[in-house]
Design a binder for this molecule. Structure first.
Ligand SMILES: Nc1nc2c(c(=O)[nH]1)N[C@H]1C(S)=C(S)[C@@H](COP(=O)(O)O)O[C@H]1N2
Ligand SMILES: [Mo]
Length: 398
């Protein structure tokens, strides 16, 4: 497919300013996550603390008068849309959690080395995305709702960006999703121009990005240049040579990328964020807070907490909005968003606190990281453990 005229910078001399409390995992390209406690301080993640995951320098598309998204490929009426054209379509606000498939990679790497940027447990964030539905955008080029295949054989929608990624030999980031998902209004796939009620920031895809709820962050392409209807899944590096889940037996000397499909939905996940992995505290009450989420719009049925390393369990309080009880599948809940959890526990001596979540299809996080180890270190969703040493008279101890 032809690529558009727009190009992002080829070096890192024009990066946007960033919040000083972000934990930087890689500088160039910029990859950073917020501190654990900040992440769960609010249901909606503030934009400046939202994790940033990039594969190249951040594009500058300030000249909005010359910015268009070209829509083409296997459609009857290809066209191009300005930001204003997209804004004229009905606007939707969808609260959805974006999670990088590499979230919790560092922990997986500690078990057995993996390749990729190290992430703690905060490579995700929950935002209210404002924009047009992709299903409405595609209607403008003659593709109706609930289309699985176009008359000319189109089955996927490819998003193409303007950034220059080394993995693409300086070409742009690309990813695709099935046409059936793109044309299903209920899948809430957005061509977004707002994040938490503000114009999208450069770091997050200004002026337009895709937001694909319930799916690994890698498919929510930022800085859109083209949207193409294509026959097969995108042949881009990040669809074919990355973001695939291999079994623990596959290593760099025996990997055959084509044997696995690109990862789409993310699995059930949770992590404790009120503490680091090891903590020294005063004996007494400790509040355990964290997040739980599942892909594909599945709700969170339970979050189980253990105080004895996983032998016995009790349920944590779950919530999205403070005053609305959270019930998975309830119309008042945000189906694409995480659920925060809270439990107040008593600690003395040495305690290992464990969290595991269960989604509305009864999928449960796996116990061990070794059972899901994979060479790229994606989708680490094992039970999250934190250790506490509760020591009296901490002040004199230190
Ligand atoms: N154009 C472009 N889109 C992209 C990426 C990228 O590097 N370039 N990274 C992807 C990945 S892997 C993730 S996890 C999310 C991160 O979105 P954020 O930086 O807004 O948090 O964007 C996705 N979209
Ligand atoms: Mo990602």
């Amino acid at each position: 497919m032809a690529e558009g005229a727009l190009r992002g910078p080829s070096d890192y001399s024009q990066e946007p300013p960033r919040h000083p409390s972000l934990r930087i995992n890689a500088k160039e390209p910029f990859n950073a996550e917020p501190p654990r406690q900040d992440l769960v301080a609010s249901y909606i993640t503030p934009v400046d603390l939202f994790f940033k995951r990039n594969h190249g320098p951040i594009p500058i598309l300030d000249d909005i008068g010359s910015y268009y998204v070209t829509i083409g490929g296997l459609v009857g009426r290809p066209g191009r849309l300005s930001l204003d054209d997209v804004r004229k379509l009905p606007k939707y606000n969808v609260t959805a959690t974006l999670q990088c498939a590499g979230n919790r990679r560092t922990e997986m790497s500690n078990s057995r080395k993996v390749r990729g940027v190290g992430w703690d447990v905060c490579a995700l964030g929950n935002a209210t995305w404002g924009g047009a539905k992709l299903s409405d955008v595609l209607q403008l080029v003659g593709v109706q709702y609930h289309t699985e295949i176009t008359p000319s054989g189109g089955k996927y929608v490819e998003f193409i960006s303007v950034d220059q990624c080394p993995e693409e030999k300086g070409g742009p980031y690309k990813a695709s999703i099935p046409l059936a998902q793109a044309t299903n209004p209920a899948a809430d796939v957005l061509v977004a121009y707002e994040m938490n009620g503000e114009v999208l920031k450069r770091d997050h895809g200004y002026p337009l990005r895709a937001v694909v709820p319930g799916v690994i962050g890698a498919r929510s392409v930022k800085w859109l240049d083209r949207i193409d209807i294509i026959e097969e899944e995108s042949q881009g590096f990040f669809m074919q040579k990355d973001y695939k889940m291999f079994p623990p037996s596959v290593d760099w000397d025996n990997i055959v990328w084509s044997t696995r499909k690109p990862q789409m939905d993310y699995p059930i996940q949770s992590a404790i964020c009120s503490m680091e992995d090891t903590n020294v505290v005063e004996p007494g009450q400790v509040t355990v807070t964290g997040y739980a989420l599942s892909g594909g719009g599945r709700g969170i049925e339970r979050v189980d907490i253990s105080m004895d390393g996983g032998k016995s369990w009790f349920g944590a309080h779950r919530y999205q909005k403070e005053d609305v009880p959270y019930v998975a599948g309830d119309i008042t809940s945000d189906k694409w968003a995480w659920v925060l959890f809270k439990a107040v526990v008593d600690v003395k001596g040495y305690t290992e606190i464990v969290a595991k979540a269960v989604d509305s299809s009864a999928n449960v996080q796996p116990e061990s990281v070794d059972s899901i180890w994979n060479l790229r270190g994606i989708l680490n969703t094992c039970w999250h453990r934190v250790r506490l040493l509760a020591t009296p008279n901490l002040r004199s101890f230190i």
